[in-house]
Design a binder for this molecule. Structure first.
Ligand SMILES: N[C@@H](CCC(=O)N[C@@H](CS)C(=O)NCC(=O)O)C(=O)O
Length: 228
């Protein structure tokens, strides 16, 4: 059975949503990143990047959330747009836009707003600005399209949902008012039974919730390993 290495964080949740939408049988394996599970040799052999999610599907190992979405969509033939070169171009563009823009900037915005030991207004403003800019691009696009790729619910919407549902954490309370079209999409996906099951998945395992010294050492290794 497909093994799904996960936590309740945004990138694993995209994959949990896909697995629940398709009802593919899977074995969810918790990786408690606040306890340092991501750095254990057995896990590094699966994902050398020491992050969640990752999957093992027979002999196939895939890490990085959007790569996993694409792999699973191609494997099952589900949640993909029509098979035209034009649609393929749009799929790859928006999927990589979420992977390389939305996710990293939203993640850094959360980091500098909530976890950086010093409040650095330059860094906070840069990442919040870029996160807001990326979400605005999606919002403008969604004013004219029901889903990111048009009329069909695809893996791109799942990738967007993983991060966009946390917009208040990324940009602060009240930020939803700036993205009404994106909110419409996120609310629609969150109301799906598969999304409810994906969100509930983490309750099957006990994940550490405290952001204490052990968690900071595991997740923010630059605190102790200086490169500058
Ligand atoms: N590009 C990767 C990023 C994965 C990632 O940053 N995962 C976070 C959770 S959302 C994580 O594992 N954090 C733990 C850590 O950084 O130690 C992906 O899309 O899967």
């Amino acid at each position: 059975m497909l093994k799904f290495y996960y936590s309740g964080a945004p990138n694993p949740m995209k994959v949990a949503l896909f697995l629940e939408e398709t009802a593919l049988p899977y074995d969810p394996i918790p990786v408690d990143t606040r306890k340092g599970d991501q750095h254990k040799p057995d896990y590094l052999a699966i994902n050398p990047n020491a992050k969640v999610p990752a999957i093992v599907d027979g002999e196939t190992v895939v890490f990085d959330s959007n790569a996993i979405l694409l792999y699973l969509a191609e494997k099952t033939g589900k949640f993909l747009p029509e098979k035209t070169s034009k649609a393929r171009g749009e799929l790859l563009s928006w999927l990589m836009f979420v992977a390389s823009g939305v996710g990293p900037f939203a993640g850094q915005s959360v980091h500098f707003r909530n976890y950086a030991p010093e409040k650095i207004s330059y860094a906070t403003n840069r990442y919040m600005y870029e996160a807001q800019r990326h979400f605005s691009i999606l919002d403008t696009h969604l004013a004219k399209h029901h889903y990111v790729l048009g009329d069909t619910y695809t893996i791109v919407d799942m990738a967007v949902w993983g991060w966009a549902r946390l917009i208040p954490t990324v940009l602060g309370d009240g930020a939803w008012a700036k993205f009404p079209n994106l909110k419409r999409l996120v609310d629609e996906i969150s109301a799906r039974p598969a999304a409810q099951r994906a969100i509930a998945l983490k309750d099957k395992h006990q994940f550490k919730t405290e952001m204490d010294d052990e968690a900071r050492r595991a997740m923010f290794r630059h605190l102790t390993e200086k490169v500058a």
